[in-house]
Write a protein that binds this ligand. Structure first.
Ligand code: 9MR
Length: 364
C-alpha cells in the first residue's frame, strides 16, 4: 500500500479573512452561548434531545457526515456517536482498490459491506470512496507493466464490479480521486501514463453503465479555493459536460491547515461549479494545526469550520459536508504530518471541541 502523494492543504492561498468583525463577534457570542448551554444544560430543554448536526443540516437539505474505518468499529462509545450525530458516512479505506480487489479478479467487499450495513442500521447514506486512485493500489497492479489494452480491461472490470456490488447502497462515488497536480497538470499516475487523460471520461462512463442512478464525482484536495488546480477541474468538467460524459459533482476534500490560511474563495469556487450544472460536496474536511493546540488555535479552527459550513449553505448545489472522521482519536493527521493534529470537531476523549459548537451555530 502506498501513501498519498502531494501535500494536503499546502499554502496556495494567502490568509485573507473575508468576514467582517461584526459577524465574527456575533459568531463568537453564539459559540460561547452554545458552550454555556452544553455545560449547564438549558432547564427548558432538559428532556428534549438537542438536534444533531445531521438534524440541523437536514433542515437546509444537506447532509452532515463523517468518514470511518473498520478497525474503529470495535470502539462502542465511538460507534454510538458515529451512529447518532451524522446522516452520512464514508469508508476511509474499506472500498479502496487494495481492499476490494486484493488479487486480480478476486473481489472482497467485506470491509465496505460492514460499513454499508452499519450505515443502513443507522439510516445513514454512504459515499463510495474511491474507484480510481494512484494510492493504496494492490501490489499485483503496481508490480508489473501493462499495455493500454490490458490496463483498460483491468480498470473497467474493477470499476464495474465494485459499482455493481454497491448499486443502490451508495448514493455517490468518488470515481477518480486526486487526478491533478498542484499546478493543474495531470498527475502522472499509472492510469494517466498508460491510458492518457481519457481514462477519466472512460471511468465515469463505465461507472454510469454499472449504476445509472449513483452520483459520479471527481474528488481532490487543495481545490477549495480558486487556483490552478481547481481551474483544472473546472476546465475538465466543462469539457466532460460538453462531451456528455456522465459527471455529477466535484468533491472538495478540504484538508485544511491553520498555518496555511483559509481558502477565502471557497464560496465563489463552489458557485462556479454549480454554474456548470454540478453538485459539490466538502468530502474529507479536517483543519489541522501545529501542536500543541492552544485556546486561540482551537478558536480559529472553530471559525474556519463555521466559515466552510456557511460557504456550503450559501451555494444550493453544495449537497453536504463530511469530516474525515469526527474525533482526533482516529484522525490520519498525526501519522502523516509530524507535530500536527487536533484537526477534528471532537477531541481524543470524544468530547466536543469549540469547532463542534461553531458548526452547530452555522447550521442554525
Ligand atoms: O484516511 C485514510 C488513511 O487511513 C490512510 O492511511 C490514507 C492513505 O493514503 O488515506 C486516508 O484517506 C485519504 C483519502 O482516501 C483520500 N484523500 C486523502 C485522505 C488522507 O490521506
Amino acid at each position: 500500500m502506498t501513501r498519498a502523494g502531494g501535500s494536503y492543504g499546502s499554502p496556495t492561498h494567502p490568509h485573507v479573512r473575508s468576514r467582517t468583525m461584526r459577524k465574527n463577534r456575533l459568531r463568537l457570542a453564539g459559540v460561547l452561548a452554545a458552550v454555556l448551554v452544553a455545560v449547564t444544560g438549558p432547564a427548558a430543554q432538559a428532556h428534549d434531545k438537542p438536534p444533531t448536526l445531521a438534524d440541523l443540516a437536514e433542515r437546509h437539505g444537506r447532509y452532515f457526515g463523517s468518514a470511518t474505518d473498520n478497525p474503529e468499529l470495535v470502539d462502542e462509545p465511538y460507534k454510538a456517536l458515529l451512529g447518532s450525530e451524522f446522516d452520512q458516512i464514508t469508508p476511509g479505506n474499506g472500498m479502496k482498490w487494495y481492499a476490494t480487489e486484493p488479487q486480480q479478479g478476486v473481489f472482497d467487499f467485506t470491509e465496505g459491506d460492514e460499513i454499508v450495513n452499519l450505515a443502513r442500521a443507522n439510516h445513514q447514506k454512504v459515499r463510495g470512496h474511491t474507484l480510481v486512485w494512484h494510492s493504496q493500489l494492490p501490489g499485483w497492479l503496481t508490480g508489473r507493466e501493462w499495455t493500454a489494452t490490458e490496463l483498460r480491461a483491468v480498470l473497467k472490470k474493477h470499476i464495474q464490479t465494485e459499482v455493481r456490488h454497491y448499486r443502490g447502497k451508495v448514493f455517490a462515488w468518488d470515481v477518480v480521486n486526486e487526478a491533478f497536480n498542484e499546478d493543474g497538470t495531470y498527475r502522472e499516475t499509472i492510469f494517466y501514463k498508460t491510458l492518457g487523460p481519457g481514462y477519466i471520461a472512460d471511468a465515469l462512463r463505465w461507472a454510469r453503465q454499472a449504476d445509472p442512478k449513483v452520483k459520479l464525482y471527481l474528488n481532490d484536495y487543495n481545490i477549495e479555493g480558486i487556483g490552478p488546480k481547481s481551474d483544472a477541474y473546472h476546465n475538465l468538467a466543462k469539457e466532460l459536460k460538453a462531451q456528455r460524459v456522465p459527471l455529477d459533482g466535484i468533491g472538495l476534500q478540504a484538508h485544511l491547515a491553520l498555518q496555511y490560511g483559509y481558502p477565502t474563495t471557497l464560496e465563489d469556487n463552489l458557485r462556479r461549479f454549480a454554474e456548470l450544472g454540478l453538485d459539490t460536496a466538502l468530502t474529507e474536511v479536517d483543519i489541522r494545526m501545529i501542536l500543541p493546540a492552544t485556546e486561540e488555535k482551537l478558536a480559529q479552527q472553530a471559525e474556519w469550520y463555521a466559515d466552510l459550513t456557511d460557504a456550503c449553505l450559501a451555494v444550493r448545489r453544495c449537497v453536504g459536508i463530511t469530516v474525515w472522521d469526527y474525533t482526533d482519536k482516529y484522525s490520519w493527521i498525526p501519522a502523516f504530518f509530524e507535530g500536527q493534529g487536533a484537526a477534528l470537531p471532537w477531541d481524543e476523549q470524544l468530547r466536543p471541541k469549540p469547532a463542534y459548537y461553531a458548526i452547530r451555530e452555522a447550521l442554525r
